[in-house]
Ligand binder design. Structure first.
Ligand code: NI
Length: 454
């Protein structure tokens, strides 16, 4: 049965988990209920190892394929919600006032759990799949906290894959691109000091609001006049705070905002230009200003080969027409960037249909996306860690027919050259249909060189 049909059967169960998570959203690292639920499910599925408290409230589940050995890859889901009051009116709406799964991380967690259930049951792969459930994606760098806790070294993870739902992309479709797919997301605070006083005596004061206004205008030139038109950046001032009354000119003011960029060069350039412009403008007006620039999430950079592989996997699930392997990057930030700085891999988008945007009070995760995404996860594992092996044939010298007498996995500990020879010797000739009954030495046709064969 195709994997996607199998997940159509599991979809109700996974939807149940998703809606339960949706009713009980938790912020940043406070994902204690969610983490406990994830760990409990993974234990129920019979994973080889379930470890909690990696990166504070992160959970790791390990599924070994058949016969041990092979490569280790990581699949990651995020678990945290947002400080938003939900307005969907759904029957499964948030029961935690002021907190909502408005980015679909409930869906991501449930879908990776669904994949874990399938993989633990079937184990049709040669290698190890590590399920990574991280807290604090929404600004708390929970993924980095897991890396700092030894995520990659402790389990020997060699490649890492992530996915995010995408409103606007039809359900059942996938999108990805090699290179930068999500932006570096930085914050800045500008502190301006002037000389306050009576609003009717402007000639005796240094007005920080006039300085701030000039700075906002000047900052528009950074993206339009300093950044290469082919390099992308966003610089937005989002807070402009000063004053206490209509007739008092404030002594100080504070501005805050964000910078997004898709390369380190552009990131460095924007920071440097801000630090040059802001104090100079304030000084020109007789005041002072400084920029406190904090670098948060780095650029999320997809490895080209792994992304082509991810696209192939997506095509195998959805068909050629439903995969856009050259999508436009998003200027939002992503904690998965830290993981892709450490290990090669790919971060992709999966369709969520025509719902409200991410981080919106009326955003709604579409449960119809579950079978597609779960199928992507398990196909990715089965294709990245294929159950290739040695095929043993016996051929008939009368008919010229070859008969497969065994397929053996390279991880099979008994698969040494001598074990294969011994095994062949014990195989009785003439047992297979199509054989003439006269024995001939079996031929061994390896299409995957077993690691322990000599
Ligand atoms: Ni998100």
């Amino acid at each position: 049965m195709p994997i996607i049909n199998l997940f159509a059967e599991l979809a109700d169960e996974i939807t149940g988990w998703r809606r339960d998570l949706h009713r009980h959203p938790e912020l940043l690292y406070d994902t204690t209920r969610t983490s406990a639920m994830v760990a409990r499910k993974l234990e129920e599925f019979g994973l080889d190892e379930v470890v909690t408290s990696i990166g504070r409230t992160g959970v790791v589940g390990v599924i070994k394929g058949r016969n041990g050995g092979g490569k280790t890859i990581g699949l990651r889901a995020d678990m945290d919600a947002l400080p938003i009051t939900e307005e969907t009116g759904k029957e499964y709406a948030s029961e935690n006032p002021g907190t909502m799964h408005a980015c679909g991380h409930d869906g991501h967690t449930a879908m990776l759990l669904g994949a874990a259930k399938y993989l633990a049951e079937t184990r049709n792969f040669y290698g190890t799949a590590v399920m990574i459930f991280q807290p604090a994606e929404e600004g708390g760098a929970g993924g980095k906290a897991m890396i700092d806790d030894g995520l990659f070294t402790r389990w020997g993870i060699e490649e890492v894959y992530g996915m995010h739902n995408s409103p606007g992309l039809p359900v059942g479709e996938f999108a990805m691109c090699p290179g930068a797919i999500m932006a570096a997301a930085d914050m800045f605070e500008i502190n301006i000091s002037g000389r306050g006083g009576h609003a009717a005596k402007p000639h005796e004061i240094v007005d920080p609001i006039v300085i701030g206004s000039s700075i906002v205008t000047a900052l528009q030139s950074v993206v339009s006049r300093n950044v290469d038109p082919l390099g992308q950046a966003v610089l937005s001032v989002t807070q402009f705070l000063a004053g206490t009354a209509y007739n008092i000119i404030s002594e100080t003011m504070v501005m805050r905002g964000t910078v997004r960029s898709l390369s380190l060069e552009v990131r460095d350039l924007v920071e440097a230009r801000m630090k040059a412009l802001v104090p100079a403008i304030a000084e020109g007006f007789g005041g002072k200003a400084s920029v406190d620039y904090s670098r948060n999430y780095p650029v999320t950079v997809n490895d080209a080969d792994r992304t082509e592989f991810a696209a192939e996997v997506a095509r195998s699930v959805a068909g050629e027409a439903k995969v856009n392997a050259e999508c436009v990057p998003m200027m939002a930030g992503e904690d998965f960037s830290f993981m892709l700085e450490e290990r090669p891999g790919s971060y992709i988008f999966v369709g969520n249909g025509p719902t409200a945007e991410l981080h919106h009070a009326r955003y709604d995760f579409d449960d119809a996306a579950i079978p597609h995404s779960c199928s992507y996860w398990v196909s990715l594992v089965e294709k990245a860690l294929p159950l290739a092996g040695v095929t043993l044939y016996r051929s008939c010298h009368h008919t010229g027919l070859s008969t497969v007498i065994a397929r053996r996995n390279p991880g099979d500990p008994s698969l040494s050259a001598s074990a294969v020879a011994c095994w062949i010797a014990r195989t009785k000739p003439g047992n297979d249909d199509g054989e003439c009954g006269r024995p001939e030495a079996p031929r061994r046709l390896p299409y995957f060189r077993p690691p322990n064969a000599r």
